[in-house]
Design a protein around this ligand. Structure first.
Ligand SMILES: [Fe+2]
Length: 376
């Protein structure tokens, strides 16, 4: 038997092809727990062309599947034609632009976007992004499953130079014009199918009280992909129930402002992160997290991960999606208000007082109810 001598050059182990690839792109790589996507530096990324810049964001709770690419298009600029064998959910952080989609044959689609727009080019379909302003840059963030796919195939040309077309993923014409189909399941599982949401802040959201006081939520099926996205809203003076799940859910603040507490079971202290539009964070695997709206307007956020309600991909996602609001007492992942650490509501009341707002949690907490005879 012949053994090879181990040298630095032939010791090939613990290779993360995606992370190695990001380092070769010569753009900033930002690591963090919570990141302000509007503030990070970008640098020219040759793959985009047109003087466009980018940065990659690697969050602590990113999990195994999802990467974030921040893309900035200069005033009046445009990307080259792009297509790739990974799915992505693109959220517009700032600026105004348009997307041109080459769907095959003489089928083309074009739609215009601004802040809070969300869209998803169908898998491997050529598209091009334009900044329609001559003055302002346009900044977008792509949440995508490239890390998973590049770690499996380990060849970027396979992902970026692959001619295969998934014609079954295109969707109907109206999906590129802001139309969609409401697919009713039940609260917490209702779906909106489309390829383009012109304004996430204006999307109609059905109630999901079981997730939190006055909570609203809809799951998004974008370009029939297996990328999950959902949008949730907390009314003024309200917060959601705490819950936990696997890593990978990237949470982007859309409207309003507030904070999120995170903790592992048994932790003595909470970890706290403030947020407003532009911020993203990803709760790590199994870490409880709870969102609080401390602003004077409803707060919405967008969450993106791998495994949609239509195509969950992962067995653990199937379990979670069947009963997303199941209580921890019943083997679920959500903590009811009455069972939460009492400090959570104390912190909340202090925050409301500091903000000069009244807590609207009286349905669940007696101390938040107006005294008899008082006008609330
Ligand atoms: Fe969550």
């Amino acid at each position: 038997m012949k053994f090879m001598a181990a040298t630095d050059s032939n010791l090939r182990y613990l290779i993360d092809t995606y992370l190695d690839w990001t380092k070769r792109q010569k753009v900033p790589i930002v690591e963090g727990i919570a990141v302000d996507l509007t503030a990070i530096e970008t640098a020219p990324w040759a793959r985009l062309g047109g003087g466009c810049t980018a940065a990659f964001v690697q969050l602590r709770g990113r999990g195994d599947f999802i990467g974030l690419h921040v893309i900035e298009i200069p005033p009046g600029g445009k990307t080259d034609w792009l297509h790739h064998l990974y799915d992505e959910v693109i959220y517009v952080l700032s600026g105004h632009g348009s997307t041109l989609i080459e769907a095959g044959g003489d089928r083309k689609h074009s739609f215009e976007w601004g802040p809070h727009a969300l869209f998803s080019p169908p898998l491997n379909v050529p598209y091009r992004l334009f900044n329609v302003s001559g003055l302002e840059p346009a900044r977008l963030v792509s949440a995508n499953d490239m890390p998973f796919l590049l770690n499996v195939f380990r060849n970027e040309n396979f992902l970026f130079d692959n001619p295969f077309r998934f014609s079954e993923r295109l969707g109907r014409k109206g999906y590129y014009e802001g139309e969609g189909d409401f697919l009713p399941i039940k609260p917490g599982q209702h779906m909106w199918e489309t390829n383009f949401v012109p304004d996430l802040a204006a999307l109609s959201l059905p109630e999901w009280e079981a997730r939190g006081a006055g909570s609203r939520n809809i799951k998004l099926i974008l370009s029939d992909s297996s990328m999950h996205a959902h949008t949730s809203e907390m009314p003024v003076g309200c917060y959601k129930r705490g819950h936990r799940h696997a890593a990978g859910a990237h949470v982007f603040a859309v409207t309003g402002s507030g904070y999120t507490l995170m903790w592992y079971e048994g932790d003595a202290e909470f970890e706290r992160h403030e947020w407003r539009h532009g911020f993203v964070f990803a709760p790590p695997d199994g870490m409880f997290h709870q969102h609080f709206n401390t602003g004077p307007r409803p707060a919405r956020y967008l969450a993106a991960s791998l495994g949609s309600h239509r195509y969950p991909v992962l067995a653990q996602k199937v379990k979670h999606k069947r009963a997303p609001d199941a209580d921890v007492r019943d083997g679920g992942m959500q903590i009811d208000y009455k069972d939460q650490d009492p400090r959570i509501h104390q912190i909340w009341r202090q925050e409301m007082a500091a903000a000069g707002l009244a807590s609207q949690m009286g349905k669940y907490f007696a101390e938040d109810r107006a005294p008899t005879g008082a006008v609330s």
